[in-house]
Design a protein around this ligand. Structure first.
Ligand code: ZN
Ligand code: ZN
Length: 352
């Protein structure tokens, strides 16, 4: 089978390797669609995210969907031929965090397409024709859902988890700083949760256009206008109830802390490329609740909830898929996402 390996900084090679064999409790899944995530591009561009450093050659990718091709003896939740979305995280199930319903912060979590951490070995990703995975991580999708939508469930589960943490009440006001696929996913999910007015920012006009199309009430480019001034002005000086930071930049972190009302909630989702981020101690006066987000929470059935919402057409994500590539054009896809070219939001790799 074919697999795309990172072989150095900005280097990728397609090689033929042996098809994996599922172990007890696992399934073999033929990949149909793989999404390119910002984190894949981080690894492609710099070879690392924080302390997680790539050892070449390595396969990235974790947003995916496919068809179950083989199951092992004990598997009952899926059958051969099922179309499935994949939950890329396998947590240990026995640590205090797993037991307390927060498997997403399990220090031993194994996540597809990530280099080794102190708690877990490196796990090859999904930019290959077949993967094996724990059967419980393969979730059947309804006929009404396309493979591309199924691939977007991972991004949308992170958006849902972020919105869960913010506990948005109907009628509240929200600002999303950064309108990439996660920011836009948060925008759609916050709207579904009853947010009345949503502000969205981005440096790229194409993303602001998309935010508008997906229901943002007010879009702001910090290149042209100060988002804080506009948000303050439009909320009568109060600020918004909830802010989401989805760019991983110091500036957007500052904006999310400053644009939120006194006593509001701030959800920091973006992955910064720098080693340190900071904020002014002045924000203590607002007694803010600040959440950080670690992927999505399987114990809350994030992925199942997203599949249900998408399958019923309540959560509409198709506009996020702006570009499609075959596997042999993977380098073009990574370069395009890295350069924010051509209005790209989510690049999908067709694996077959
Ligand atoms: Zn991702
Ligand atoms: Zn655990």
């Amino acid at each position: 089978m074919k697999a795309a390996f990172l072989t150095g900084i900005r280097q990728i090679e397609i090689k033929d390797i042996k098809k994996p064999v599922p172990r007890k409790g696992e399934v073999l899944v033929k990949m149909v669609s793989v999404g390119i995530c910002g984190s894949d591009v981080h690894y492609y561009r710099t070879g690392r995210i924080g302390s997680q450093v790539v050892k070449y050659p390595f396969i990235v990718g974790h947003e995916c969907s496919g068809i179950v091709e083989e199951i092992t003896d004990t598997v009952t939740n899926v059958s051969v031929g099922n179309r499935v979305a994949i939950e890329p995280a396998v947590s240990c199930g026995v640590c205090e965090f797993c037991i307390s319903g927060r498997p997403n912060i399990c220090p031993k979590v194994k996540f597809l397409g990530t280099p080794a951490t102190s708690g877990a070995p490196a796990i090859e990703g999904t930019l290959r024709e077949y993967i094996t995975i724990h059967a419980g991580n393969a979730l059947p999708i309804p006929e009404s859902m396309s493979f591309e939508e199924a691939t977007l469930t991972e991004v949308m589960a992170i958006a849902l988890h972020s919105v869960d943490l913010a506990k948005i009440n109907p009628g509240e006001t929200v600002a999303v700083f950064g309108s990439g696929s996660i920011g836009l996913g948060i925008l759609i999910t916050a709207k579904l949760s009853g947010a009345s007015t949503i502000f969205a920012t981005d440096l790229l006009q194409s993303r602001l256009d998309m935010a508008k199309k997906l229901g943002a009430d007010c879009v702001i480019s910090p290149r042209h206008k100060n988002p804080l001034e506009i948000i303050k002005e439009m909320t009568g000086g109060r600020g918004v109830d909830v802010t989401f930071e989805a760019a991983g930049e110091q500036e957007t972190i500052n904006h999310s802390l400053d644009a939120v009302r006194i006593g509001g909630r701030v959800v920091i989702v973006g992955i910064p490329e720098v080693d340190k981020i900071s904020y002014s101690p002045e924000i203590r006066r607002k007694e803010l609740v600040i959440h950080h987000v670690r992927r999505s929470n399987k114990a809350n059935r994030d992925l199942e909830r997203v599949i249900s919402l998408m399958g019923k057409g309540i959560l509409k994500v198709n506009p996020l898929v702006t570009h499609k590539f075959p596997l042999n054009k993977i380098k073009d896809a990574l370069d395009m996402v890295d350069g924010y070219k051509d209005g790209i939001i989510k690049a999908m790799i067709n694996m077959q």
